[in-house]
Design a protein around this ligand. Sequence first.
Ligand code: SF4
Length: 80
Amino acid sequence: MRIVVDLTRCQSYGQCVFAAPSVFRFHGEEALEYDYTPDDQLREQVRWAAAACPVHAITLDYLDEQAEAVSPSENVRGKA
Ligand code: SF4
């Protein structure tokens, strides 16, 4: 997984920092820093972070793990 944050959209709300503090952090008052290629174990946190961003500045790229990204078991939610 790779993360791309559109820093021209980012308004430093900090929702991503709250959702995935080991991946996103502020450097100084408002400059967002992040790990571009976080460990796979942090994948769920990163997804929450992307979903929580109020300006949709976070894009997740799964191109380097296509087989895993299309895994049906990962897409099944709320199974009865
Ligand atoms: S949640 Fe979005 S707007 Fe807020 S700091 Fe993170 S990337 Fe920026």
